[in-house]
Design a protein around this ligand. Structure first.
Ligand code: GLN
Length: 483
């Protein structure tokens, strides 16, 4: 039962082959048995799951249908869930029970999805390895000595290990696509503004975007359908109709123009990954796509720009965690300053503190023009590169990551080495574009992802290309040994 995709589950429930309650029990038992190896969950919500599953079964018995009605999922632990701990992977929020549901959580619950729990993540979504969580590192089910990617590593490890079919995640600089690549999943970061950020604990507000992590493009379409849409509570939510993503999957790729940026194949890319990316290009050519070499000349400036902008926004967003209003408060503060200092010093981990300091520095008088303003100008250049490229091509294709998943601990003492691993993913966030990672093969038994980028609001095009690719390849069906 645990091998089923969301699409298969929907068919099975509709055909009354099993009930949502039966499936939910099977998956909860599987999580109890296998998750101790992975540490992919921060909280389990068994009671909620069983009551949602029973309610979904009643709705189906009363004639309702819907691809998510009775489908088990989990939420990254930065989506607020009413009355349930919402920790953001931090000691700061270890005792925080959200007073309301995030829009994404509420929409998925209304569609009948069943919440099995809240998944582990890098503290405040800062990281590419899922090692900075207060609740401990997450392990990659493909090799337990390797990281699953971050910051949505818990959602990725759980779905890859077949503990559940799909999960929500967020992507500020790659945190959906990079863990998807590291664990052999399909993950989609939507256009900025497509999915509501209301009730999603903010890291860098102009970059953050929620999206689906699943095993197939078909399942990403189903989950995105339940997440996307205008939300008046989010001032950056965009009032555009949501297309039927599942209906877009079967378009022909004949004549599709795929741009391959020459900058992507530089010295930093593992040559074994380059070869797998070239194989995926050949596969898409067989389906009728036309390849065009393109250039994204400002890509080299994207990492330094991102690692100024994201910490700057984080330093502002995280100022609310002051020991007074939310979460952790230090013992016996001597005065107000001592309360602030020790609550923040004890409640935040090292990487979060580093980013708050970098961000506050970049925003301070005298440095603002040199760092923050300069980074914003680079951001515009990165966007302009994409706009020029999309005049020539329909999608852009390349590797999701320069290397496969590294060993636990290999980069944790060298933050810049970890930042460099985000080179292919952060440009989409700087420009606000949608991006998808899908399985493209293996290197030393570790999965490799190919990334597709599309113009604004062309999530359907990404899902179409990925689905056609997955109809003709079987990388996405591979299962990690032991799971
Ligand atoms: N690795 C990037 C960072 O640490 C991206 C994280 C994310 O997308 N949440 O900022």
């Amino acid at each position: 039962m645990h091998h089923m995709t969301l699409a298969e589950i929907a068919r099975g429930l509709a055909d009354k082959k099993f009930s949502s309650e039966e499936l939910t029990k099977v998956l909860l038992a599987r999580i109890a048995q296998l998750d101790p190896q992975l540490n992919s969950f921060i909280s389990l919500t068994e009671e909620l799951a069983l009551s949602q599953a029973k309610a979904a079964d009643v709705r189906r018995a009363n004639g309702e249908s819907g691809a998510l009605l009775g489908a088990p999922i989990a939420h990254k632990d930065l989506f607020c869930t009413q009355g349930i701990r919402t920790s953001c992977g931090s000691k700061m929020l270890d005792n925080f029970k959200a007073p309301y549901d995030a829009t994404v959580v509420a929409k998925l619950a209304a569609a009948g999805a069943v919440t099995l729990g809240k998944t582990n993540m890098d503290e405040f979504a800062m990281g590419s390895a899922n090692e900075s969580s207060y609740y401990g590192a997450v392990k990659n089910p493909w090799n337990l000595e390797h990281v699953p990617g971050g910051s949505s590593g818990g959602s990725a490890a759980a779905v890859a290990a077949r503990l559940l079919p799909a999960a929500t995640a967020t992507d500020t600089g790659g945190s959906i696509r990079q863990p998807a690549a590291f664990t052999n999943l399909t993950g989609l970061k939507p256009t900025y503004g497509r999915v509501s950020r209301w009730g999603m604990i903010a890291y860098a507000s102009s970059l953050d975007q929620g999206g689906p992590l699943a095993r197939t493009a078909e399942d990403c379409a189903i989950l995105l359908q339940g997440m996307a849409g205008f939300d008046p509570n989010d001032s950056t939510s965009i009032d555009e109709p949501v297309p039927d993503y599942s209906a877009s999957l079967n378009g022909s790729l004949q004549g599709l123009r795929i741009g391959v940026p020459k900058e992507y194949f530089s010295a930093g890319l593992d040559p074994r990954i380059a070869e797998l990316i070239h194989n995926s290009i050949k596969e898409l050519e067989k389906l009728g796509a036309v390849i065009k070499p393109i250039s994204l000349p400002n890509m080299q400036h994207a990492i330094p720009a991102y690692y100024v902008i994201a910490p700057a926004e984080a330093s502002s967003n995280l100022s609310r965690f002051d020991g007074v209003r939310f979460g952790y408060r230090c013992e016996n503060p001597e005065n107000l300053i001592d309360l602030y200092k020790r609550s923040r010093g004890e409640g935040f981990g090292a990487e979060v503190q580093r980013r708050i300091m970098v961000g506050a520095y970049a925003l301070s008088a005298g440095y603002y023009d040199a760092y923050y303003l300069k980074a914003q100008k680079i951001r515009r250049l990165v966007k302009n590169d994409f706009m020029a490229a999309f005049n020539e091509v329909d999608i852009i294709l390349g590797p999701t990551t320069p290397n496969p998943a590294w060993k636990l601990g290999a980069k944790s003492s060298d933050p810049v080495a970890e930042y460099l691993e985000d080179v292919y993913t952060i440009t989409a966030n700087l420009a606000g574009l949608p991006g998808l990672s899908m399985p493209a093969g293996f290197v030393d038994g570790l999965p490799v992802g190919v990334q597709l980028l599309a113009p604004y609001f062309q999530e359907g095009r990404l899902l179409n290309v990925a689905h056609q690719y997955q109809l003709n390849t079987d990388w996405h069906t591979r299962t990690p040994t032991g799971f």
